[in-house]
Design a protein around this ligand. Structure first.
Ligand code: HEM
Length: 171
């Protein structure tokens, strides 16, 4: 069954009223600490992704093969991404009813989802033939397109993340 707006509103209110959300909202220090951790994780996620994207586009040094660079960066990206989702969820809970109404928040989640699809497409296309271009420049067209799309999306995600703060109704 598709949830109606009314039940979604009820769910957001339940999340808002939860003990953890109330604790974050009412503490003077928890929100800024969690937000700082969120920003730190974002820096690692976007930083490591940008290193790979620039290599895919063909800007950065190709002394290290693309496959090796991806293998070296990915563990940092994934750990930081999981922690970014964890800290982002805690921030969201603290004002679920307000953030739920925020268009930049909705578009940010959508853009993260599209960035995931872009990554999957890259793995199913150019990455499958990486043996042919691993340490060569220029990189293939499919790798360039994946890199440019990813870089654009992650810059947009950071903009949307910062924009959230100016957009939601204050509880
Ligand atoms: C790795 C992916 C993510 C990126 C790049 C990202 C980016 C950002 C940025 C740049 C900010 C502004 C921080 C500041 O100015 O102090 C922010 C804040 C925030 N993010 Fe994320 N975020 C990510 C994942 C998530 C997820 C998955 C959620 C929710 C489930 C989330 C929820 C929030 C919330 C609620 C805020 C606080 C907005 C405010 O009141 O200022 N984020 N994010």
């Amino acid at each position: 069954m598709v949830p109606s707006l009314e039940t979604e509103g009820g769910l957001m209110q339940t999340l808002y009223d939860s003990a953890i959300a109330t604790a974050i909202r009412e503490s003077g220090t928890l929100f800024p600490w969690i937000e700082s951790a969120h920003v730190l994780m974002i820096a690692i996620v976007v930083g490591t992704i940008a290193i790979v994207d620039l290599r895919l586009i063909g800007f950065s040094s190709h002394r290290r093969g693309a496959r090796q660079l991806i293998v070296d960066m990915l563990p940092f990206t994934w750990v930081a991404f999981v922690l970014a989702i964890g800290t982002g969820t805690l921030l969201f809970l603290s004002n679920a009813t307000g953030y739920y109404e925020s268009m930049p928040f909705r578009f940010k989640l959508l853009a993260i989802f599209i960035a995931g699809i872009n990554m999957a497409v890259f793995h199913l296309t150019a990455y499958r033939k990486i043996g042919e271009w691993d340490d060569r420049l220029p990189t293939p067209r499919a790798a360039k397109v994946a890199g440019i799309t990813s870089l654009t999306l992650w810059i947009l995600i950071v903009f949307l993340g910062r924009w959230i703060g100016y957009s939601y109704p204050l509880a």
